[in-house]
Design a protein around this ligand. Structure first.
Ligand code: HEM
Length: 474
């Protein structure tokens, strides 16, 4: 059944007393948006599992800044680079991630992505040296080695789920580069456990009191607990092995251990281990899921755009000849980088971001109360036809220097912005370029017959039905 949603006129003085949440409603001025509470539409128009569909609808119907409510909660959805800059940079002191990451904490605990204030600052400071540009150059060899190792069993004409292959590859790369840990067969257990958790993610976000339901081992959610135990066991083992070895290789886990011993936060090893677990699992998850999805979508887009694919092959041949790439080749692999950038425009692994206001705030002509949730979606904004001509076309040339100048900052933001911008951005660019070049030197992928393509917005943007592809040896 189609529901007619009326555009709401600007709502000066319009917050009703039944909202309860705002006491000084008369001073607020909300932009146009959904007239009724979101759950009303969610049941009748939008599937709760399709948040991107909702954001696309809001941007198309209401434009750059949209207001709606879920229960008593005010939400403002932004689709304008200038407003995003205000929230993420100019007024960032007034915004926290607290509410928007509450459910993500079920998996990540209090790691860098979910922590706030002093804890976030301390974690970021400890990890920073591992993400320094110079240090990242040192990871290049491992990235290429792992990309070569992945191909060893591949056969011409073989059909493989490239999404799964990329997940295993990037897991091994994060484990070796940042945690000096060789993942053996457990790479499969880890990827499968995280897959199971992702499969439950929409329930974890949508169910009220889900923490209690998990604790009560409600059927269905018991799968979450089991998968989390698998992940935790692998992470605890890594921590234990590093502690036992006692040596300091200078990897990220060593830095985290040193900082944790130094601060002697609790004087309680078990508690410190739990804090470390959160920090390690956060880097693991942030560092592999995102890159694996970006690579998977890039292979898909290249398979659908043979002209761009050929151009990339030619560049790789010209730059590398017969040898595998090194860190020094990355600046010359320009077109590879442009293809990776364009893929993250169309299929951004981090497809949305959220913040919550500590105090009242203004954006343009509008004024919002403390507690308002602010949302922005890379997926929606990066497909905006006002900023990207023919936005659904895969065109790496947009990211040539002349093309880049045509779209404003914050209209392309796959790594976020401001002081919580992705710490792993340089790592991801290097890994993306090196993996693409190492594999494309030898292989071409064709989308398998019958493979359905649909993005699924979980913590990251995954291909809902996987990515079966047929391998062609070049
Ligand atoms: C294509 C790959 C990647 C994408 C698209 C991506 C995207 C993002 C985005 C959008 C944020 C900001 C979230 C927000 O402000 O709400 C973020 C934060 C973060 N990312 Fe990435 N990321 C990628 C790769 C990586 C890698 C390789 C690592 C580590 C190895 C990493 C670790 C982190 C961490 C720890 C944060 C939290 C930073 C903070 O809050 O201070 N990411 N990432």
């Amino acid at each position: 059944m189609r529901v007619e949603i009326k555009t709401q006129p600007s709502m000066l003085n319009s917050r009703s007393s039944e909202d309860g949440a705002d006491t000084r409603t008369s001073s607020y001025r909300f932009p146009p948006g959904l007239k009724y509470n979101l759950p009303f539409y969610a049941f009748r128009k939008f599937r709760p599992a399709d948040p991107i569909g909702l954001f696309e609808y809001l941007a198309e119907k209401y434009g750059d800044i949209v207001h709606y409510k879920i229960g008593r909660q005010h939400i403002v959805f932004l689709n304008d680079p200038a407003y995003m800059r205000e929230v993420l940079v100019v007024q960032n002191d007034n915004f926290t991630k607290e509410r928007t990451v509450r459910r993500t904490k079920l998996l990540l605990g209090e790691g860098m992505i979910t922590a706030e204030g002093a804890s976030h600052r301390a974690q970021r400071q400890v990890a920073q040296p591992a993400f320094h540009r110079q240090r990242i150059g040192g990871y290049a060899e491992t990235m290429v080695e792992e990309a070569l190792r992945l191909q060893t069993p591949w056969q011409d004409g073989q059909r493989l789920d490239i999404s799964q292959q990329m997940m295993h590859l990037t897991l091994r790369i994060v484990a070796r580069t940042l945690f000096n840990t060789e993942l053996g067969p457990e790479v499969k257990d880890l990827a499968e456990a995280i897959n199971r958790i992702m499969g439950l993610y929409n329930y974890l976000v949508a169910l009220p009191a889900v923490e209690t339901l998990i604790h009560l081992r409600v059927p269905g959610l018991a799968r979450f607990t089991k998968a989390k135990h698998t992940v935790d066991a692998i992470v605890y083992r890594m921590i234990e092995e590093h502690r036992r070895a006692g040596s300091d290789n200078g990897d990220l886990l060593d830095m985290m251990l040193r900082a944790s011993d130094g601060s002697a936060r609790s004087g309680n090893v078990a508690n410190d281990t739990d804090c470390l677990r959160d920090q390690v699992i956060t880097i693991f998850l942030a560092g592999y899921e995102t890159v694996a999805n970006a690579l998977t979508w890039t292979w898909y887009l290249l398979s659908q755009n043979p002209a761009a694919e050929q151009k990339m092959f030619r560049e790789i041949q010209n730059v590398l000849g017969t040898r595998p790439p090194t860190a020094d080749d990355v600046p010359s692999l320009r077109y590879v980088e442009m293809a990776f950038a364009e893929s993250m425009r169309l299929y951004p692994p981090a497809w949305a971001m959220g913040r919550q206001a500590r105090g009242d705030f203004e954006l343009g002509a509008y004024r919002f109360p403390a507690g308002t949730t602010v949302l922005a979606s890379q997926y929606v904004t990066q497909r905006d036809p006002r900023r990207f001509r023919d936005p659904l076309r895969f065109d790496p040339e947009r990211f040539a220097p002349a093309g880049r100048a045509t779209f404003p900052k914050f209209s392309y933001f796959p790594f976020g912005a401001g002081f919580r911008q992705c710490i792993g951005e340089s790592f991801a660019w290097m890994e993306g370029v090196l993996v693409l070049a190492t594999i494309a030197k030898k292989w071409r992928f064709h989308l398998a017959a019958g493979q359905r393509i649909e993005p699924q917005a979980l913590i990251t943007l995954r291909p809902k039905y996987g990515m079966a592809m047929t391998l062609e040896k070049r």
